[in-house]
Design a protein around this ligand. Structure first.
Ligand code: ADP
Length: 483
């Protein structure tokens, strides 16, 4: 018997999107001068007009952050700061549905993911860091670690609220104040977060949010009143930022691109592994810096894994992100879609064999079907460059040593996955892999207690856990910040 598919759409009634937004500076919303549209990438509907911050807006935000730092926040006892973080965490939980709906409308990611991953994890980051605020002297970072000052924070569009939480929560817990800029295509949840700061009665100027594009980001990076830059985004922009701050006293953390290897040994439990491969590359449309975008299969099981993977991919539901049953939503922007299409064409031209399940893509909006390329070698561009979309490159290997060599043959080093029964080989492989985060018999698992960051071109420093605190503190032994 076959059943008709019945859609289960989430309602957008809970959100109240204003026609136009300004910046959040010194605890108040202030009007912007120039604006640009933010759209729903699943429908191309214009959701609102976002302000483009120029020099005077960034100056005002830095001034407000400095004032709050000097007058209240850096002087406040940790246990008092912690109360504000707990309050923010609880408000995020109370307003979780509103945030999830807004995130999905603005970003294109499935509501199932914004509801079950992005927003709960964002709240978890505030809860976790709230707990640290009055215990910093026990973090192993010196007997009385001090904040750095004003942090400039620039975040990408793939996990908008979650990346905000990764940046704001540790900065505030350690006594820093912030000027944050969300990505130009996904500013709405950051602006709703500004309302949460008001609701939590956070002292004015502790969090300032300016919206805009790369030009606004560059103004933050180059501002002399900023002590620390925290950036998540492309390796290309990360390099520009590294060059800009090199001659200054600013400390910096960079969380950049990746080309994660997901290694499957012959004794892996195949059905579970297939779920992990799917999660590794198709979660959030593959817009994940730590995505498992290179699948390395041991040759003797490659055929079986690929057969099961294709069968599983036929069941992936691509479409309306607001439908609670959707697995893969819209590509975040026209520009990103163009990049994915371009690199997939390169994959064809290099001789990779492209396969996608039959799936009908919506007529409006930006879409790309889940895709795998087999017959890929380490020399192919689709095995070396970050595609940042739902495209998996499949390579094979014969021996564990060969798997490690192939996995490490990349300019990046953010994540890796190891699938197999044998614990000693897993531990051996984890020691050989040059990647900041390694999952075993799982993939894309995140927790605020666990540090996240990369080797090589994947970035500098760690975010999350005790290591992440170090990036916002100066210890006695290192005046410039621990990172
Ligand atoms: P992606 O390629 O994933 O869009 P980007 O690195 O371009 O990633 O963007 C990440 C963030 O960096 C965004 O908030 C963007 O506005 C900002 N940004 C872009 N260019 C610059 C720059 N030159 N200096 C500072 N920030 C920038």
């Amino acid at each position: 018997m076959s059943f008709e598919y019945a859609p289960a759409p989430e309602s957008r009634a809970i959100t109240n999107i204003k026609p136009k937004y300004g910046h959040f500076i010194g605890g108040k919303f202030v009007a912007g001068s120039k604006h640009f549209p933010t759209i729903n990438p699943a429908t191309e509907e214009i959701l609102s007009q976002i302000a483009l911050a120029g020099k005077s807006d960034v100056d005002a935000a830095v001034k407000a952050a400095r004032k709050a730092y000097n007058s209240t926040w850096s002087k406040m006892p940790g246990k008092e700061r912690g109360k504000y973080l707990f309050r923010i965490a609880r408000i995020l939980q109370e307003r979780a549905r509103e945030f999830a709906v807004l995130e999905t409308l603005d970003n294109g990611k499935p509501i199932r993911e914004s509801r079950d991953t992005d927003i709960p994890l964002a709240a978890a980051h505030f809860f976790y860091h709230a707990g640290w605020a009055d215990k910093l002297e026990y973090a192993g970072l010196g007997s009385s670690p001090k904040p750095l000052g004003v942090a400039g924070q620039i975040i990408p569009w793939n996990f908008p609220l979650l990346m905000l939480a990764w940046k704001v929560a540790p900065a505030l817990a350690t006594g820093n104040t912030v000027v944050l800029k969300p990505a130009e295509s996904t500013s709405l949840t950051a602006l709703l977060f500004a309302e949460v700061c008001q609701q939590a009665e956070l002292p004015a100027g502790v969090v300032n949010i300016v919206t805009g594009d790369g030009s606004t980001g560059a103004l933050i990076v180059n501002h002399p009143g900023i002590d620390k830059i925290a950036f998540t985004g492309s390796t290309e922009v990360g390099k520009i930022i590294a060059r800009s701050v090199a001659p200054t006293k600013k400390s910096v953390t960079l969380e950049l691109g990746g080309k994660g290897a997901n290694i499957v040994f012959e004794d892996a439990a195949i059905d579970e592994t297939v779920e992990g491969i799917i999660d590794g590359i198709f979660f959030n449309q593959g817009h994940v810096c730590c995505a498992g975008s290179r699948l390395l299969l041991q040759e003797n099981i490659a055929e079986e894994v690929l057969h099961k993977l294709k069968k599983r991919m036929e069941k992936i539901r691509v479409g309306d992100p607001m439908d609670k049953n959707t697995d893969v939503g819209a590509i975040n922007s026209k520009e990103q879609l163009a990049k994915i299409v371009e690199l997939a064409k390169v994959g064809d031209a290099e001789g990779g064999q492209r396969w996608s399940p039959a799936c009908e893509l919506p007529k409006k909006g930006y879409w790309f079907a889940p895709t795998i390329f087999t017959g890929v070698t380490s020399a192919h561009r689709i095995a070396r460059e970050e595609i940042f979309g739902p495209v998996l490159s499949v390579l094979t290997f014969r021996t564990p040593q060969e798997a490690i060599e192939k996995a490490n043959n990349t300019p990046f080093g953010l994540s890796a996955g190891i699938w197999g029964e044998k614990g000693s080989r897993t531990l051996w492989a984890a020691q050989q892999l040059r990647a900041g985060v390694i999952w075993t018999n799982s993939f894309n698992k995140f927790d605020p207690t666990s540090p996240f960051g990369g080797y090589k071109e994947s970035g500098w420093g760690r975010e999350g856990g005790r290591h992440g605190l170090a990036a916002y503190l100066k210890s006695v032994s290192n005046e410039k910040g621990v990172m």
